[in-house]
Design a protein around this ligand. Structure first.
Ligand SMILES: NC(=O)c1ccc[n+]([C@@H]2O[C@H](COP(=O)([O-])OP(=O)(O)OC[C@H]3O[C@@H](n4cnc5c(N)ncnc54)[C@H](OP(=O)(O)O)[C@@H]3O)[C@@H](O)[C@H]2O)c1
Length: 311
């Protein structure tokens, strides 16, 4: 039987990659092609057409409408991606950040609690304070900014209310947007490099970037298997954002010298960023058949999967 998956934030960067990978998705543990039907929700009109996709335009803040959509589409799994993910915007606009990042989660959790629907929630690596690095699922989160706090608030509501959930904490996500520019640093970086312009990435921030293809396949696998709990989905390489960008630029045949150090700005209203929020992906390697990738392999997967789009 086809698996019915509802995705919030359908027009977003990660959602586009998951939707694209859902067509002809093969579960590696069985070698079987899985039939997946996607309902994507976003504020925007349909930005994408695909055989297995139904697009619904809705503002998730309209509670009654969201509840009606959930009831009518009756999904087996919800992948909850929609969020205000601009860290500084969240810091300056806490009320709306709370409504979108926590309030919407509550509505989805209530539906899952009533129906047994599985919830896959996208949290973040930035729930940690960055003092230690290589964080495991059991490590205690201490977010430095309001965005991280909203992610923890949602995690807690989910864990305390339902059983059938996965809380994914992805590292910095490297990939190309399927729809528009979206939240993709790689797209913005390639645009600058093509124009011969410098691109600034901090030497002071250490991450374990995960490519959007591996992440999307992991999420689809998690939609189909029974694992419950927290999972850190991260790449195999741990490096500064500056070294990451330099390696990407050189691999794509741009001069590495165009990548420069982005010094931390001390501006009022700018939320602090954690230094080292690299994640330990050993649990994900045990739970998932989808192989975790290093930076070079991740880039190869992104290039292979870009279809006929220019880089
Ligand atoms: N990208 C990363 O490196 C990264 C790393 C760790 C965790 N995450 C998490 O992963 C998830 C997906 O990230 P992403 O990069 O794909 O984010 P994104 O591109 O910003 O996608 C989020 C989508 O949700 C939509 N949305 C927000 N509020 C909505 C509302 N009230 N009603 C309907 N749609 C709404 C957004 O529309 P607007 O654009 O109009 O707001 C956007 O299309 C997020 O929860 C993020 O916090 C991302």
């Amino acid at each position: 039987m086809a698996k019915k998956i509802l995705i919030t934030g359908g027009a977003g960067f990660v959602a586009g990659n998951i939707i694209k990978q859902s067509l002809n998705f093969t579960l590696l543990s069985s070698g079987q092609k899985e039939e997946i039907r996607i309902t994507a929700l976003d504020k925007y009109r349909a930005v994408y057409k695909q055989n297995n996709l139904v697009w619904l335009t809705a503002d998730l803040l309209e509670k009654n409408n969201l509840q009606r959509i959930l009831k009518n589409s009756n999904p087996d799994v919800i992948i909850h991606l929609a969020a205000l993910s601009d860290i500084d915007y969240c810091e300056a606009n806490k009320g709306i950040a709370e409504k979108i990042n926590v309030g919407v989660t509550k509505i989805l959790v209530d539906f899952c609690s009533d129906t047994g629907c599985r919830l896959i929630y996208f949290s973040s690596d930035s729930v940690f304070d960055g003092k230690k690095g290589l964080y495991k699922e059991e490590d205690i989160p201490e977010p430095l900014h309001f965005y991280g706090k909203t992610k923890i608030a949602s995690e807690n509501i989910i864990r305390e209310t339902i059983d059938n959930y996965v809380i994914i904490r992805p590292s910095l996500i490297m990939g190309l947007p399927v729809f528009e520019e979206g939240n993709s640093f790689l797209r913005r970086m390639i645009k600058s490099l093509k124009r011969g312009e410098q691109a600034a990435f901090p030497k002071a921030e250490i991450r374990s970037p995960v490519d959007a293809i591996t992440l999307s396949r992991s999420v689809l696998e998690l939609s189909l298997i029974s694992y419950r709990g927290y999972l850190h989905i991260a790449g195999n390489d741990i490096l500064t954002r500056y070294d990451m960008a330099k390696r990407i630029a050189e691999k794509l045949n741009y001069p590495g010298s165009l990548i420069i150090d982005k010094k931390p700005k001390v501006l009022s209203g700018r939320a602090p960023r954690p230094a080292d929020v690299s994640l330990d992906n050993s649990k994900a390697k045990g739970v998932l058949k989808t192989p975790m990738a290093g930076l070079d392999k991740g880039l190869e997967l992104i290039i292979e999967n870009r279809g006929n789009k220019a880089l």
